[in-house]
Design a protein. Structure first.
Length: 257
């Protein structure tokens, strides 16, 4: 099985003991993963992120003019703590119940300040990005449940390859930028930059399908209850990425006006 989400890979279920032969005891005790339980934990993480995002949002937009510097320590702190929490969960999956809420709070601090800065420059852009993110989530979930989109092996391979290619481009762009040689066009509001952002949004969205497939398979295999937190965290990772890419795409489109 494949997924472009770094939080989900072939060893995820093995690390939680999905392939153990004593799953019958866990199932009889109600200690196995369910899709409903994962959805509930995902909602909790989203609410935590929303709560912390409102804090940095208000710090940036508290005065007559936007002041990103007022929330900068919180924004940077959120980015650092969120990144460290994510890496820790990916390397040690059993930490998900403890660190997933911390990740959500930290990402909320980061996204709240970032979103407020975009909102100050392009009024109304944040509600469009939020609507686009959850609209995409709902549409793809419906398409997946109805069978319109199936996570076949070729589909998974294509999305994983595309996700890896995007990650490589971003890494090269970051390193080149540090040395004063930014990758041209992809960050611009021109046709190439907009086309690139649109492609990334599509790939980020299709990663949700792979996440749905993994979570569904984990529940069907009787994965331990603890994996619900990991599945919720993985969905949060994809949703954060999707939201940021939609926000970036919208800013490029608005920048052409």
């Amino acid at each position: 099985m494949r997924t472009g989400n770094p939080a989900l890979n072939d060893k995820t279920f093995e690390n939680f003991g999905v392939y153990r032969r004593d799953l019958a005891a866990e199932q009889s005790a109600g200690a196995t993963m369910t899709i409903q339980g994962t959805a509930q934990k995902t909602l909790l993480l989203l609410l935590l992120a929303l709560g912390s995002a409102s804090f940095t949002w208000s710090r940036v937009l508290s005065g007559a003019e936007a002041n990103p510097a007022a929330a900068m320590p919180w924004i940077l702190g959120g980015a650092i703590v969120g990144g460290l929490s994510a890496f820790a969960i990916c390397f040690r999956h059993t930490l998900a119940p403890t660190l997933a809420p911390i990740y959500a709070l930290a990402e909320g601090l980061f996204l709240g300040g970032l979103s407020a800065s975009f909102e100050a420059r392009y009024p109304g852009i944040v509600i469009q990005a939020v609507g686009g993110t959850f609209g995409t989530l709902g549409a793809l979930l419906l398409a997946y449940q109805s069978g319109l989109i199936k996570a076949t092996e070729n589909f998974k391979l294509g999305i994983v390859a595309a996700t890896g290619g995007i990650a490589l481009v971003y890494v090269i762009s970051l390193i080149a930028g540090l040395f004063g040689y930014p990758v041209p066009f992809i960050h611009s509001a021109g046709p190439i930059g907009i086309g690139f952002s649109l492609f990334v949004v599509v790939i980020a969205a299709l990663n949700l399908v792979l996440d749905f497939d993994y979570i569904e398979q984990a529940a069907e295999r009787g994965a331990p209850k603890q994996l619900e937190w990991y599945g919720a965290f993985a969905l949060m990772v994809t949703l954060v990425w999707l939201y940021m890419e939609i926000l970036r795409l919208l800013s490029k489109l608005r920048g052409r006006d």
